[in-house]
Design a protein around this ligand. Structure first.
Ligand code: NAG
Ligand code: NAG
Ligand code: NAG
Length: 296
């Protein structure tokens, strides 16, 4: 397709990236320790840090779920966490693992794992909020049983793109479409959050299957959190110092190479359950602007 504004746009993106790189460098790579990196925020004892801080478990029963949040706020980062989801009959439960800023115009990058009856597949529900507005859901099945072992779920968030990964395989890309008038998360620092909560009004088969509380408590486990990220502290990013090392910072301008794009296509062709970008019934006025070409 002919696109006369594209060369200009590419130059602008490259210039912005260069400026950002020059001002950017000291990246915080933190090793995994839940005592050091996270606070348990709710659940009255249902969230537990175990094995000297290596493992964190969240539980839910009829009275309450539970959750935790990172001590640090980040403005851009590559965030990895390993999760082992609620086994057996997990219908109605949602394990959420997401990045979010504060306030009514917040930005948010979500992974939510919708439980199911024993033997029926989980759905990985993803969403991106910018300036308080979401409604950008994409859902996927997984190509393995996420309750049998730990798997790595990652978010790459840099000025150009947000990429969701499962075990290093990209499942979703949300590109910076500011040139199409779509706000992009780039000014509000975010924390990492996780929670286990009940949503049996919608989560499993659209709410038809309810939680079986006789099987409670339900438990999900987290380990090996890794943040290769710019830490935000006292109004400043750890990436604004001038101590540069380009190899370490490569995640800041990373995009999908052609091999990763092929894997993304494989996931989208074989495991995608729902894509807001193709839901013309939901958007009779026209699909959201970011859905044209680049994110669909
Ligand atoms: C649960 O299993 C049913 C039947 O296989 C499937 O239609 C549904 O997408 C699965 N996941 C959820 C979260 O409902
Ligand atoms: C922990 O996470 C890092 C970064 O994702 C990964 O390289 C490493 O293999 C993980 N360790 C284990 C034990 O899985
Ligand atoms: C930059 O980072 C890489 C990988 O972390 C390391 O091997 C290299 O020695 C570093 N170079 C400088 C100049 O610090």
């Amino acid at each position: 397709m002919a696109c006369f504004s594209c060369p200009t746009r590419t130059v602008v993106v490259v210039l912005i990236s260069l400026l950002f790189m020059i001002s950017t460098s000291l990246i915080d790579v933190s090793a995994s320790n839940f005592y050091q990196d996270f606070d348990i925020t709710w659940g009255d004892g249902r969230a537990k840090v175990l094995n000297d801080g290596e493992l964190l478990t969240l539980s839910i029963d009829k009275a309450s779920g539970s959750g935790f949040q990172s001590k640090n706020e980040y403005l851009f980062g590559k965030i990895d966490m390993q999760l082992k989801l609620v086994p057996g009959n997990s219908a109605g439960t949602v394990t959420a693992y997401y990045l979010s800023s504060q306030g009514s115009t917040h930005d948010e990058i979500d992974f939510e794992f919708l439980g199911n009856l024993s033997g029926d597949p989980y759905i990985v529900h993803t969403n991106v909020f910018t300036q308080g507005k979401g409604s950008r859901e994409q859902q996927f099945y997984l190509w393995f049983d996420p309750t049998a072992d730990f798997h790595t779920y990652s978010v790459l968030w840099n000025p150009q793109t947000i990429i969701f990964y499962v075990d290093g395989t990209p499942i979703r890309v949300f590109k910076n479409s500011e040139s199409q008038g779509v706000p992009y998360p780039k000014n509000q620092p975010m924390r990492v959050y996780a929670s286990l909560w009940n949503a049996d009004d919608w989560a499993t088969r659209g709410g038809l299957v309810k939680t079986d509380w006789t099987k409670a408590p339900f438990t999900a486990a987290f380990r090996n959190f890794t943040a290769t990220a710019c830490v935000w502290s006292a109004g400043k990013s750890s990436c604004s110092s001038t101590n540069s090392n380009s190899t370490k910072n490569s995640w800041l301008w990373q995009e999908l190479d052609s091999a990763s794009q092929a894997r993304l296509k494989w996931v989208q062709n074989n495991y995608m359950v729902y894509n807001y970008c193709t839901d013309t019934k939901r958007f009779p006025q026209g699909l959201p602007p970011e859905c044209t070409l680049i994110n669909s």
